[in-house]
Design a protein around this ligand. Structure first.
Ligand code: HEC
Length: 146
């Protein structure tokens, strides 16, 4: 027993350190973005930002966007785009180009309070433009007027 205890103590310390690191990451709100595989979507020109969704209504884009949304946006905007109140309910985002423009601006740059603090992280440089418009396609497919 005695010979095993130092190893146990080491194990416990290692476990604690890991748990501590995870807590810290959560406390800072830095949840690692989940990669979005856009295979099957027509490629877009890098660095040329569109203001209109090129995949609107495309079933493949909606499928890719659903998974991308639920892994990266749902923790604030709610599962299936039904907001729990933390962040705006994106079902009410206007359809078509007006909504597209607002969407791409927000997802690229995020949102900040007047004091400069971040309420939504920017996703430019994190997701490809293809992935962003796939998410938009999914959100638009869940649109509600009520
Ligand atoms: C950490 C929480 C958080 C995450 C994660 C997040 N958002 Fe947001 N989002 C917000 C908040 C808060 C606002 C409201 C900002 C404001 O007051 O202008 C917002 C606003 C928006 C808006 C504008 C809505 C409107 O009605 O003006 C869009 C579009 C949007 N987010 C899309 C997304 C997408 C897409 C993702 C995932 C890639 C995402 N957000 C991830 C918190 C978040």
């Amino acid at each position: 027993m005695l010979t095993r205890s130092p190893f146990r103590a080491f194990l416990a310390a290692a476990l604690l350190a890991t748990a501590g690191a995870a807590d810290l990451a959560l406390a800072h709100g830095d949840v690692t973005p989940q990669p979005i595989d856009v295979t099957g979507l027509a490629p877009l020109k890098e660095g040329e930002w569109l203001t209109q969704n090129p995949y609107s209504g495309d079933p493949k884009a909606i499928e890719i966007g659903a998974s991308g949304y639920n892994q990266n946006c749902a923790r604030c905007h709610g599962l299936q785009v039904v907001s729990g109140g933390l962040a705006p309910d994106l079902r009410y985002l206007e359809k078509g180009q007006v909504g597209d423009e607002w969407f791409i601006e927000r997802i690229r740059h995020g949102a900040h309070k007047s004091d400069g603090s971040t309420v939504m992280p920017p996703f430019e440089g994190v997701f490809t433009q293809e992935a962003m418009w796939a998410i938009r396609s999914y959100i638009e497919s869940m649109h509600s007027d009520e």
